[in-house]
Structure formats: C-alpha cells, structure tokens
Design a protein around this ligand. Sequence first.
Ligand SMILES: [Ca+2]
Ligand SMILES: [Ca+2]
Ligand SMILES: [Ca+2]
Length: 194
Amino acid sequence: MHHPWRLLLCLACLLVVAQTAWSDEELHPTPWFVDFWGQQSTLNDQPLPVGAVIRAYDPSGVLAGRAEVTLSGWYLMAVYGDDPQTELDEGAISGDTITFTINGRPAVPVGPDQPRWTASGERVHVELSASTLFGDLDGDCDVDIVDIMMVASRWSCRREDTCYDARCDLDGDGDIDIVDIMRVAAHWGEVCSP
Ligand SMILES: [Ca+2]
Ligand SMILES: [Ca+2]
Ligand SMILES: [Ca+2]
C-alpha cells in the first residue's frame, strides 16, 4: 500500500524535473534557417511591446528560433533547420509547421503565410497574436466558446499524433481531454485587464 504523501512527493519531483527540462531549452543555430517576420503582431490586443520575446518550436517541440522585439509590433526571427549531419535535433525540416510563443504564451499564427518551415533562405510572413490571459488560446483577449472549441477540435489527440497541439494541452500531460477543456472553462468570460 502506498501512502498518499508518497504519491504527492513523486508528483512534486516530476514537476521539478519537468520545470528544469523546460528552462534548459537551448537554441542550436545551424546554417539553415527560414526568416519569419511580422509587422502587426499583438500581445493582449496591443502591438508587440519592445522587449517581448518570441520563440519558435518545430513539431517535436525543439526550440528552433528566438527573437526579441526591438520595434513595437514587429518581429524578425531566424528559425533554424535541422543539421542532418548531427545526431542532435537542432530544428525544423522542410514542411514542418512551426508553433510560436510570445513571452512564453502560446501565439496564434494569423497569416498571411502558413506558419511553415518552407526551405532554407526563404522568408515567411506570419503575424502573431497572443494574450497573457490563461485559456485565451486564439489570443483575442477573451475566454469564450472559440477557445473551448479550439481544445474540443483536438479531442483525444496525443503528443505523438499529428493533430496534437501543445497549446490545447493546458495541463501538459500529453493528451487533450476533458481536463484541458475544464481548465479553459474555469476562466470563461475573463478578458484582458486594460
Ligand atoms: Ca541534426
Ligand atoms: Ca479567445
Ligand atoms: Ca491534457
């Protein structure tokens, strides 16, 4: 028989390990990159503030790009490709869909181009939108049915599935289920603070 406190201790350890892994993420620049850029990107419905940090991830969750905003609303970021000569997974390969965060918050790509790692040397125009509001997945500064539907549309997708979207896995346990929907629902009706 396991004591409940022992289980809790295990969970606490796991959380610490997960946290460490997260903060350890490192960028590994390679000679292959696609420049992603935007000029009307927003955080909390306002132009990206100077100093905001944009990060790009490939479908395996590898950090492939990082940039700091130097001009309000604008960003320009090299998103690195994998070096096939090395064992390490440095980043994207052609055709990968890239996901973005702004200050660690999931960002929604709002076009005009697809958020795709096309081919090294290309430029891809993707405006980004994010909010610091928990559960506001589409970044429009409210938690409503659209956000719930975003999670629901990925129902039962697991990390290894192509339909999996880390943004919708709010508890980060690798699958998208009722717990994730409940997490969004708990913030129903909230809006960005002015
Ligand atoms: Ca490699
Ligand atoms: Ca929303
Ligand atoms: Ca989940």
